[in-house]
Structures are given as C-alpha cells and as structure tokens.
Design a protein around this ligand. Structure first.
Ligand SMILES: *Cc1c(COP(=O)(O)O)cnc(C)c1O
Length: 386
C-alpha cells in the first residue's frame, strides 16, 4: 500500500493550548466548570451573542441534552435531514422519538425547506437542521414554518461555528443549538461540544441536566446551601483540561478561519477549470451565507468515477473521503420505514460526494500536489491520464 503523504485531516496547535493546560494543572482544579470552562462559556456567549453557552463532552451529548430539555417522548416525531451524522437523529431516538427524514437541496446539500411543511404532523415536536459544510440552511423559510406549526428548532451547528446567515450568527436561530469540537471540526479539543441556549427559560434546567440531575451549579454560585437530585440528567461536563485546550483554540478562531479560508479558496480557484471540463460540481455558497470553510467537497458525475478518484488519489498518497450515507437507508433508518426513493437527492449526491484533504496547516505545496493529481484524472473514463 502506498504511504499516505497528505492525510484527510490533521489537528494542530493554534496558540497557547499547552500553556493553558499547564495552568489548569498548576491550579489543581481539572474537573468540569472550572476556570477555563468559564472562559470558554464567556467567549462563546459574547462572540455569538447568546444568553448561555455550556461546553459538553461532545456535540452528541449537547443534542441529547436538547432532546431532554424539549421533553421528547415516545411517539413524538422529529424532522431531520437524511444526509447528516448519526447523532443528529440518534439523540432524539434515544428518547423514543420517531425520526422523519427530509431530503436535501441539490445546491447546498442542506435540508430542503420546500419539502419541510408536508412532513409536519400533529406529532412533530422538533426540526433539527444541519448547516452542512458551515453553509446556512434557508433559515427565514425554515423558522417561519416552524413558528407557524409551533415546532421547536434545534440547530445542529457542528460545521457552522461563527458562520452567518443574512448577517446573523448560526446557532442563534433555534431555541437551542449544538457545536462540536471533535478533532475533525474547525476548532477542536479532541472530543468536545457545546450547547448554545437562546431561549433563557432552558438555562436552569440545562445546568441541572448537565450535572447529573442535580442543582450543583446553583450551589456553586451560592444560590442554594446544599445540592441535591432535582431532575433527570447525566454527566455532560467537559474536564477543565480539555476546556483549557479549547480556550487556546477559541482565542485563535480568527487566525484559524483565515487559514481555512486560504485552503478553501486555493482549491476553488485552482480546480474550477478542471471541474467544469469534467462535469464535476464544486461547492455552492448562497450570497446571504457567510460560510465557515469547514470542508471542500466535489460532486463527481457518478459513484464509479468517485470511487475511481479516491483510488487514484490514494495511489499518490493523498487521502480523500466520502461523507454521510443516507440515514433513511441505514439498518436503523429502515426500521423506521425508510426505503429507497424516499430522499432521491440524498441518495444520489451521497454516492458522488468526495471531500479533499482539509486542515488548518495544510501547506500550499501539498495542496498543489492534490490539485495536480486531480487535473491528471479524467472522470469520463474513470481513469487517470490524458
Ligand atoms: C461531528 C458531528 C456531530 C457529532 O459531533 P461529536 O462532537 O463527535 O459528538 C454531530 N453532527 C454533525 C453534523 C457533525 O458533523
């Protein structure tokens, strides 16, 4: 096997992460909700402009907290795109909800808002849109449909931290929103996430759910003289060691975004001519969206050409990867009645999508190698050369 010279993802230090971890150790308080966790909360709240942010062990756990906060129960329906990560759906299925899969738009690969209203029933409790690749969903339409039917919106904003729609920050539209700080995301601490709370009435209960169902947060603030078990909950707190790392990254968000912007724009400028000739589609970003440069994807003409291109790049030590498989066709999705043809755009595009190597420290000469390898590939016959 050829050695991988250019990986798909590689995390890197952005600033003072190591110094902050040492500082947390020196203070000697490394459980949840210590100094660096509070700094992360403050930074997220100020920058996004929301009443409360709570860092969590993962985006998956922030989604699980959302389902608990909304009191999702067996029999409830939750609308999700089929083209997303498992956790967007599974967090609600854990509470007994039935997932209702909606297809995506062919241009942005986001939940198709024109197919939303016909999926709403008297049992619909929540819509969970995903801002794919950090490009916003059509939020005006989506929010007005949700409001008309009295359905909650939880934004799965794992790709879209600090992205905007019509000048408004992603994560500020739904009553709740979730972030991921997994290794593969723009800003990371290895494994981590955050719950963003826009509707202040959720704050107190969110703190309780995150603290094993206890009112320990109020106790720490001196608001009660002992803490006890007051609600359901679990342990969704991030260690302050990870929060120290995360704070080091969050502080450098602008530099990180500038680096990712350069990577994205280099691909976009240097692949346009080849892609046009080959019938390969490159990402589309609507004018009202300020994207986050989370990834660079290509849509190949067919599954065969996509697989051939993955192999062609791998032979040259370049790792490219496909993305989500349609959830409605997964083993679990089929148990909820999913079948081929339900979400034709998702089924078609997921076969043809490929993501190129993309990380903060991806060097321009490595990117040039990737571009050169792509330009030597001919989709029409699925082979390299010519
Ligand atoms: C990464 C991701 C998640 C899960 O994030 P974790 O922090 O790994 O739990 C959820 N939804 C989307 C859209 C993601 O990309």
């Amino acid at each position: 096997m050829t050695e991988i010279r250019i990986p798909f993802n590689r995390s890197s230090l952005a600033g003072r992460e190591q110094e902050y971890i040492s500082q947390a150790m020196a203070i000697g308080q490394i459980a949840g909700d210590q100094m660096f966790t509070r700094k992360c909360h403050e930074l997220l709240e100020n920058r996004i402009g929301i009443p409360k942010a709570l860092v969590t062990t993962s985006c998956t756990h922030a989604l699980e907290m959302s389902a608990l906060l909304l009191n999702i129960e067996p029999g409830d329906e939750v609308i999700v795109p089929s083209f997303t990560f498992v956790s967007t759906v599974n967090a609600f299925v854990l509470r007994g909800a039935k997932p209702v899969f909606v297809d995506i738009r062919p241009d942005t690969l986001n939940l198709d808002e024109t197919k939303l209203e016909s999926s709403i029933t008297s049992k619909t409790r929540a819509i969970v849109p995903v801002h794919y690749a950090g490009v916003a969903c059509e939020m005006d339409t989506l929010m007005s449909i949700a409001a008309k039917h009295g359905v909650a919106v939880v934004e799965d904003n794992a790709h879209g931290l600090f992205g905007k729609y019509k000048g408004k920050m992603l994560g500020t539209f739904g009553c709740l929103a979730t972030q991921s700080f997994h290794e593969t995301k723009n800003i990371t601490c290895g494994e981590g996430g955050a719950l963003l709370i826009n509707d202040s009435t959720f704050i107190e209960r969110a703190e309780i759910i995150r603290e094993k169902g206890t009112n320990r947060s109020r106790f720490f603030r001196g608001q009660v003289d002992k803490y006890s078990w007051v609600d359901v909950g679990s342990s969704y707190l991030m260690s302050d060691i990870l929060a120290a790392f995360l704070y080091g990254q969050l502080e450098c968000a602008d530099q990180i975004q500038a680096k990712r912007r350069r990577v994205w724009e280099y691909y976009h400028a240097n692949l346009a001519e080849w892609a046009g000739r080959q019938g390969v589609r490159t990402p589309f970003v609507p004018a009202e969206c300020e994207q986050t440069f989370h990834m660079y994807y290509l849509l190949l003409p067919s599954l065969e050409s996509r697989q051939a291109l993955i192999r062609h790049l791998k032979q040259q030590g370049i790792l490219s990867v496909f993305h989500y498989l349609p959830l409605h066709l997964s083993d679990m999705g089929r148990k909820y009645g999913g079948k081929a043809g339900d979400c034709p755009v998702t089924e078609n595009l997921s076969d043809r999508l490929l993501r190129l190597p993309f990380y903060n420290e991806l060097a321009e000469n490595d990117q040039a190698t990737v571009v050169e390898a792509l330009r030597a590939f001919n989709c029409l016959d699925g082979r390299s050369g010519g």
